[in-house]
Unconditional design. Sequence first.
Length: 310
Amino acid sequence: MKTVLVLVESVNEYLPILEDSGFRLILAPTPAMRAQAVASGGDEIDAVLTRGPLGFTAEEMAALPRLGIICVLGAGYEQVDLAAAEARGITVTNGAGVNAPSVADHAMALLLSLVRDIAQSDASVRRHEWRKVSRPSFAGKRLGILGLGAVGMAIARRAQGFDMVIHYHSRSARTDVDFNYCATPLQLAHDADFLVVATPGGGSTRHLIDAAAIEALGPEGFIVNIARASVVDTEALIDALQHGRLAGAALDVFDDEPQVPDALKTLNNVVLTPHLAGLSPEASRDTVQMVANNLLAFYAGKPVLTPVYS
């Protein structure tokens, strides 16, 4: 029986899927438990289940000589040392696309709440006030999507139901869509009324949305980030929000989770949620099932379903 070190903390209800597939689990959801498990598990841990922000380091890999595969929940794997894994012959998989419907639903919910002032209006009614502010409608607006992978495509399909015009930027133009391709993130921001960040994190995407892009979006523009906080320059974002150079922002991700800058909490033109876009019963179940399928394929000597590198 193969043993899986489980570092994630959000899918416990669905971990029996792994046990029913024949795997023994070691649960280590806290830093102390993780350190203890890695230090003592060198002769028994065969696989690791983690998340992008939790990652897995070269030092931890070196401490586990039996380790053959690292499975990452969700699409992002930014804190997994891929170079170390590849050098040691360790396979890395992710859950790309599995939770896309849930993330896209949340992105649209954030956009609707932000642009239509839902959170502030709700708070005003609870304070026995009657806040009535004229806010933009969605029909005909230009939605810029940064990253047109599974999540970006799911957002685009939903946005089309609101009669929005889709613009996007990704590493290369897609030939299977008729959306408007923008060659750079700066051009995307310039050509958009609303901008949704849906690209993976990591060094290659750090601050793609910088001060210049935020300025290009302008004082009537809105940003939604359901990807990784590192893609947006947080200091530039806060400064633009504070000084009216950006209409609003809705964020599900932050640089130092669970810490959120106090400056964001005091603004009335932001909507904040605690990194839960990908959480739904359906997404959690399907993501853990994908992990099980990858593990079963790996230990059967077959190609894994969602390799991070080949």
